[in-house]
Design a binder for this molecule. Structure first.
Ligand code: GRF
Length: 213
């Protein structure tokens, strides 16, 4: 069975969706940079080891990333999963885990990298918004796309209502991407494109609320 380590910073709803999916994966540890992250309690309730590496205790990003990598490497995970991990990582860290680190972002990348994606989507007037699971590369919120889910933007939406509908989709596609990984079906080609073994992957790689789960 393949193993993962999950990095979080906050409430951990994506973490919960992954743990509740009963994936054929070994979750070796949940690591947080924030000692108060609600996700730590979710991990503990699932009997998973938790580690805090508080970024405030380090003089530089490089020092923090080195400490983080040391914790991660103790577990030798096959994949590193960023589930609401809100620190910018150094290029050295990203390169260390190249092709072995995935992230979820609350927009249809490459639109709206960075923070406050739902307010930005409303400001731009996009009609379709969503979320993306992708491999991590040194460029922030950019990298080979594994799966996306789309939601319609409604005239009455606020950033909060839109965030809520996108989050529901995050909770579908992140466990889905990890299931593909666990099954050994997910491949990152040398040219940086993602493929999935199996005949139906083209249909599965874009999910929308009107699809069957
Ligand atoms: C999610 O919207 C995720 O896409 C973003 O940060 C949020 C984390 O939420 N990167 P949670 O901690 O998983 O509830």
């Amino acid at each position: 069975m393949k193993s993962i380590v999950i990095l979080i910073s906050g409430r951990g709803s994506n973490l919960r969706s992954i743990l509740d999916a009963n994936l054929p994966l070994r979750v070796k540890a949940v690591v947080s940079n924030n000692p108060n992250a609600g996700g730590l309690d979710i991990a503990k309730a699932h009997g998973i080891a938790t580690v805090v590496v508080d970024h405030r205790g380090f003089a530089s990003r490089a020092d923090f990333d080195a400490a983080l990598a040391a914790e991660i490497d103790r577990h030798q995970p096959d994949l590193l999963v960023l589930a609401g991990f809100m620190r910018i990582l150094t290029d050295g860290f990203v390169e260390r885990y190249a092709g072995r680190m995935i992230n979820i972002h609350p927009s249809l990348l490459p639109s709206f990298p960075g923070l406050d994606t739902h307010a930005a989507a409303l400001r731009e007037g996009v009609r379709i918004h969503g979320c993306t699971v992708h491999f991590v590369t040194p460029r922030l919120d950019h990298g080979p796309i594994i799966v996306q889910a789309a939601v319609a933007v409604l005239p009455q939406d606020s950033a909060e209502t839109l965030a809520q509908r996108v989050l529901e989709q995050e909770h579908r596609i992140f466990p889905q991407a990890l299931r593909w990984f666990a099954e050994g079906r997910l491949h990152l080609g040398a040219s940086g494109t993602v493929t999935l073994d199996g005949p139906t992957w083209q249909q599965q790689a874009l999910l929308s609320p009107w699809d069957k789960p």
